[in-house]
Design a protein around this ligand. Structure first.
Ligand code: FMN
Length: 275
């Protein structure tokens, strides 16, 4: 939030006054155990914040600044932290590649015996992790299985793998982390954020010749409990979906999946006449 304030145009002299005290206490606590890189980010954002608000007459900001100075944190070693120049999309021609990958992707459920290189999976995970997440909290983990008996045990817990679970080559359990958020009102964010990442993951696999199929994780308490036990999940961890992947089996079939046309799915609107 503070960093967002730092990127505002025009930047205000007073901002974040109502939560800077709380932020600083969290930072003070966190700096005791954060990795060096993250600690440096915290310090540099706060350094920049107090520089930006130096003329503010907010008592909260002044007091927080005094506490910040007393922390005697090391000065950040680089300016690679804190607000960055906004990126400018500049990918001429890439829409053709992206369209080809998106149009060519279909859910594949039958896989060849060719093993999937874990490096390809990791590249796809890397792409998934670039997805936007609410407040950049990345509230999910990918638990990945590629040992045949493990894949089958996990896949059989979901209902939607009946008849083909035995030959899935790799399986991702996308686990949402509810403890990434403070408020109940944000419970849905694990679903949104992990779904955004899942799609990027799928396209990342697809672009390396690895096919996949999203698998529903049903909201059934007894299955939830079994999965929780099998994967040793904590109470704050919630399965969002599974993703089966592998090299497509030559000659196998996939159901036809018609898509909405662009003109069906979207309307450019204006609010003329709205009350
Ligand atoms: C949230 C979600 C849950 C899904 N669950 C299953 C499932 O349990 N089993 C399955 O075989 N396919 C499942 N699918 C795949 C869909 O059937 C498939 O995406 C849809 O029919 C469209 O086909 P396409 O992916 O080939 O475009 C699921 C897809 C999504 C997005």
């Amino acid at each position: 939030m503070i960093e967002k304030g730092l990127t505002m145009r025009p930047r205000r002299e007073t901002f974040a006054a109502d939560y800077i005290t709380e932020t600083l206490s969290a930072a003070e606590f966190g700096l005791r155990f954060l990795e060096a890189e993250e600690a440096e980010w915290v310090i540099s954002v706060l350094t920049e914040y107090f520089a930006a608000t130096r003329n503010s007459d907010s008592p909260q900001i002044r007091e927080a600044h005094r506490v910040f100075i007393s922390l005697e944190t090391a000065a950040p070693t680089s300016r690679a932290r804190g607000p960055q120049p906004a990126s400018t999309p500049n990918h001429p021609g890439d829409i053709e590649v992206l369209s080809r990958i998106a149009n060519g992707r279909r859910s594949v459920r039958w896989f060849s015996d060719e093993p999937v290189d874990r490096r390809a999976v990791d590249r796809a995970v890397g792409i998934a992790l670039e997805s936007p997440t609410a407040c950049n909290r990345s509230p999910y983990r990918f638990e990945i299985f590629d040992e045949p008996s493990d894949v089958r045990r996990v896949a059989d817990l979901a209902m939607g793998t009946r008849g083909y679970s035995h030959q899935i080559k790799g399986l991702v359990v996308v686990v949402g982390l509810l403890n990434a958020f403070f408020d109940e009102r944000d419970r849905h964010l694990i679903y949104i954020d992990s779904s955004l990442a899942a799609m990027s993951f799928v396209l990342g696999l697809e672009s390396q010749g690895v096919a996949s199929c999203i698998i529903n994780w049903p909201d059934i308490p007894e299955r939830e409990l079994k999965m929780r036990r099998l994967l040793q999940l904590s109470a704050a961890e919630k399965v969002v979906m599974l993703i089966a992947y592998g090299h497509p089996l030559e000659g196998s079939l996939a159901p036809y999946s018609g898509k909405q046309s662009v003109t069906e799915a979207r309307q450019f609107r204006n609010l003329e006449g709205a009350k």
